[in-house]
Structures are given as structure tokens and as C-alpha cells.
Design a protein around this ligand. Structure first.
Ligand SMILES: NC(=O)c1ccc[n+]([C@@H]2O[C@H](COP(=O)([O-])OP(=O)(O)OC[C@H]3O[C@@H](n4cnc5c(N)ncnc54)[C@H](O)[C@@H]3O)[C@@H](O)[C@H]2O)c1
Length: 367
């Protein structure tokens, strides 16, 4: 199935989606009066190997650009990496009339956007997301950030890209575990914003879906739907005053899980794996505090558990998570604030939950 390019403008950012989106990229560069020699393409090791050749094939006009590479992974989303990139840009003679092109997943767009916001008080940038998280979530909406130590997204800016170019074909080479991780963000978007999308995905087997080719009709429709919903939210609430906060469903505990396992000796959790576990806990809190019916809670848990492996919540893990919640940036007086759902598709933001309730939610996850 071929998806022809379409464009939605969000906060002056055109978002191009589809198989022809590179044609739009060429026009975008023209409208920004940028020639390839003033373009800096930011990649990590994986996207340099798998996505840069595709970009050159589809957008040959970028062959003369300078490539800036970092190793990649969540640990790279740091102030040290930002400083390193600023130095590279300076050494290569970049200025405010240059353009940064972030070619990669959420780490590349969060870090690259942060770097662009700070470089010489702001240079323009474009996101070309190559992971599923990048395509349905991270590249859209101008939220940029780096982590401080293992605490997620502590320093950052709202700094909108000059354009977002979403080419679904990149997903062909995305490793299965990262496709799975990105699928968690689609589940989140469905659970907080779109009951028909939830009804549609909950009937699928997660494993079967993840094994479908990324160019299949099902995937392209899911992508198009998730991207359209995310765009609509950003258009109505760019500064995250209300509606956009709903997209933090599963993230209060999700970020704590991610941070806890990033600092530990074991294997770190991928962002989406952490968010999946966070959504099970948030669904439990929703049933206690927002009237989510028990049947829906069990269905959500069963669906998510069928697609994501479970980690053990020992007493030590629980304590570590509680300690981390203190740092949660959405923490306000009177307890940790959660996004809950009253039923699928209906979010309730800023619900305060105390330590006992959070502890019960962790027990429910573990059961
Ligand atoms: N700013 C936002 O609104 C927002 C929203 C959601 C998530 N995020 C952030 O996104 C990050 C997670 O993003 P992610 O999961 O994309 O991680 P990531 O950027 O680390 O990418 C995952 C891995 O996949 C590789 N990869 C990417 N595209 C590929 C492709 N097409 N083929 C082969 N390999 C490919 C990368 O090299 C990397 O190793 C987290 O830091 C999270 O906080 C930000």
C-alpha cells in the first residue's frame, strides 16, 4: 500500500507523512533557503548504518551534508553529549543559518532538538524519525530534553522543528524490540485519546502485529492514525497546559522504572517497555480513583502483558521506585500526580496518588 504524502501544520511546523515525504523535504529546504553544504545530519551508530543510506537514496540532494555521529542509546541523552555536539558544530563552521537534521529515534530528536535550541541561541532543525517511537510520538511537538544522570528529561526546551518528515519505510530495519517499545506509545495514544483505535488494537495479537511487515496496510493505517492524533493534540495544546498532559499516561511510573533500571547493574528497560509497565499501574490507579471498570482494567492488563515481558518488583525495586518518584518533575504538593483514565479514550489529568496507592499499583503489576 502506498501512502501519498500529506501535511499537517502544527505550531508552524509542517509534518509530512508518507512514501513521498522526501519530495516535501526538498521543497522545505528550498523554502528555508538552505543548501546541502549548510546541512548537518545527526545520527547514532544504528541510524548511520541503516537509515543514512536510505536517506541518501531518497534524498540525494543531501549527499553534500556533514554527518555528525554519536554512539546512541538512552545514556547518550546527556549534557555531555550535547556539549560534544555543540563543539562538533562549532568546529565544522555551523551557524544560525545552518540546519540540523535529526535522523534517528527519540534519543536523536530529543538530544538534537536540545542542541539546536541552544546552539548560538537557536538554529533551525528538522526531525526525520526512524524508530516507531520517533514516528508516532517523539519527533512531533517540539519537546526537547536531556537526562540529568539517570533522571529523565530534567533539562529541556519547547523548541519546535522547522519540519518533520515521516517515512514509514525506515521501520523495515528497526529491531523487533524497538518496534515493540514503540507499540507501547500507540497503545497509550489509543487508551487516552481514541476509543475506536483501542477497540481496534485490543483485538489483535501483539506478536502477530509486530511480525507484520512495516509496509503492510495495517501498520500504515496505525501509523497514520497515531500521528494524526498526536498532531491534533499538539495543535490544541502545544505548551502542555491540559490536553497534552494526557500523553503522560503510564509515564509517571514509566520514567521511574526506566531510570531505576538504567542505573542498576542489570539490563536497562527500553522506554516503551517501561511505559507499558507504567500503564498497567496507571490503569490500576484509574480503577481505584477514576472509576475505570474492573473488566476494562483486566483487559488492559492482559493485553499489555501479552506483548511485553514482566520484570520483578522486589521490595528493593519498590523502594528504589518510591525514591525516584520524589524527583518526578510532575510532582506537586500533596503527592505524585498521575494521568488516569475513566474509561478507554477518556483521560483525567493531575490526579494525586499517595505512597500506599502507588505501592498497591506495583503489587497489582506483580500479580
Ligand atoms: N519528546 C517527546 O515528546 C518524546 C516522546 C516519546 C519518547 N521520547 C523519548 O524517546 C526516547 C526513546 O526513543 P527510541 O525508542 O526511538 O530510542 P532510540 O532513539 O535510542 O532508538 C532506538 C535504537 O534503534 C536504532 N534505530 C532507530 N531507527 C532505526 C531503524 N530504522 N533501523 C535500525 N535501527 C534503528 C537506533 O540506532 C537505536 O539504537 C526516550 O529518550 C524518550 O524519553 C520523547
Amino acid at each position: 500500500m502506498k501512502i501519498s504524502s500529506r501535511v499537517i501544520t502544527v505550531e508552524k511546523t509542517p509534518v509530512f507523512f508518507g512514501d513521498d515525504s522526501f519530495i516535501a523535504l526538498k521543497q522545505l529546504l528550498k523554502s528555508l533557503h538552505i543548501s546541502a553544504r549548510r546541512v548537518f545530519i545527526f545520527v547514532d551508530r544504528g541510524t548511520k548504518q541503516y537509515c543514512l543510506p536510505v536517506l541518501y537514496e531518497k534524498a540525494g540532494f543531501l549527499q553534500g551534508a556533514t554527518v555528525l555521529e554519536i554512539e546512541g542509546g538512552e545514556q547518550s541523552k546527556s549534557l555531555a553529549s550535547a556539549e560534544n555536539l555543540w563543539s562538533m558544530l562549532l568546529a565544522e563552521g555551523a551557524d544560525r543559518n545552518s540546519l540540523l537534521v535529526n535522523l534517528g529515534g527519540g534519543v536523536i530528536s530529543d538530544l538534537g532538538g536540545f542542541v539546536a535550541a541552544g546552539f548560538k541561541r537557536g538554529m533551525p532543525y528538522i526531525n526525520i524519525p526512524t524508530s516507531l517511537i520517533g514516528q508516532v510520538d517523539a519527533s512531533i511537538g517540539g519537546k526537547t530534553a536531556v537526562n540529568l544522570g539517570n533522571i529523565k528529561n530534567q533539562v529541556g526546551f519547547f523548541y519546535a522543528p522547522s519540519g518533520v518528515v515521516i517515512f514509514p519505510g525506515f521501520l523495515k530495519t528497526l529491531p523487533l524490540e524497538h518496534l515493540r517499545s514503540g507499540f507501547a506509545e500507540i497503545v497509550k495514544i489509543a487508551l487516552v485519546m481514541d476509543p475506536p483505535l483501542w477497540q481496534r488494537i485490543r483485538k489483535q495479537s501483539v506478536e502477530k502485529l509486530l511480525k507484520m511487515p512495516s509496509e503492510s496496510k495495517t501498520w500504515k493505517e496505525l501509523l497514520a492514525k497515531a500521528i494524526t492524533i498526536k498532531n491534533a493534540i499538539i495543535r490544541d495544546d502545544y505548551r502542555e497546559k491540559k490536553l497534552r498532559k494526557g500523553l503522560n499516561f503510564g509515564h509517571t511510573l514509566g520514567h521511574a522504572f526506566e531510570a531505576y533500571f538504567m542505573a542498576g547493574p542489570g539490563k536497562p528497560l527500553l522506554h516503551g517497555e517501561a511505559v507499558a509497565a507504567g500503564m498497567i499501574c496507571a490503569a490500576y490507579l484509574s480503577s481505584c480513583k477514576a472509576g475505570l471498570p474492573m473488566s476494562e482494567l483486566l483487559e488492559i492488563k492482559e493485553f499489555i502483558a501479552s506483548g511485553f515481558s514482566k520484570f520483578k518488583v522486589t521490595e528493593e525495586v519498590k523502594q528504589g521506585i518510591m525514591d525516584l518518584l520524589i524527583h518526578d518533575k510532575k510532582n506537586q504538593q500533596g503527592g505524585n500526580r498521575f494521568v488516569l483514565i475513566t474509561k478507554p479514550g477518556h483521560a483525567k489529568i493531575n490526579v494525586s496518588c499517595d505512597e500506599n496507592e502507588i505501592s498497591e499499583a506495583l503489587d497489582f503489576y506483580q500479580e
